[in-house]
Design a protein around this ligand. Sequence first.
Ligand SMILES: [Fe+2]
Length: 247
Amino acid sequence: MLLRKKPKAPVEVPAGLVDLHCHILAGVDDGAHDDEQMVDLIRLEYSCGVRYLCFTPHFNPALFTPKPDKIAESFAKARAYVSENLPDMKLFLGNEVFMRPDTIERLRDKSCKPLGDSRVVLTEFHPTTSYDDMRMYVVKLLSAGKVPLVAHIERYDKLIDIDDIYELKSLGAKLQINTEAFSSPKRKLISKLVEQGAIDVVADDRHSRERGEPNLRECFSYVSEKFGDKAAYALFIHRPMNILNMV
Ligand SMILES: [Fe+2]
């Protein structure tokens, strides 16, 4: 007799996911262009189960003119919309901070900021930054009392040696991957790191409806099926929540 494989029950994605990396605030970088798009993307996050959402506009003065007034205005609009329409969602503000020689000074003078009220800085490097420079910036941030959360680690050409990645962790850095990392050229390395519990956060780095796919709900299901429920809860809820609480 042939044994039929029992079909797997679909993964239940809980409401309560945390998203620490997105470009949804209107009119401040290469993310949402206007309020309508911002609201659409907030609703998309909500429909994925996200209840703790941190906006992280780019802080990279070489590419985007910093717009503190516009950031404050868009954040106030987002808050007003959420408090009226999605009251169980909580919003936070931070930056995705591109590392340059003057970055520590810009954090000190509050030109850019960590995630929410935490001391964790979403830290971005140029895709071709050398490993030695990454380590140097990680040490600089830690010496300044900040905790680097290295953004989308799958993107850096020179971050390919697993020992280097573990060295960043042992220094005190946290590691973030994008949802697309599981289909990137580095997917094997990323899967190994997830299996070993070395990744702290998955985020979709959402810029638009299209840019940021797969969404967090789909990625939660994938991680849960491939690595287990415990890993999915750690990467999408518990570890990112602990990061927001690192004050
Ligand atoms: Fe980003």
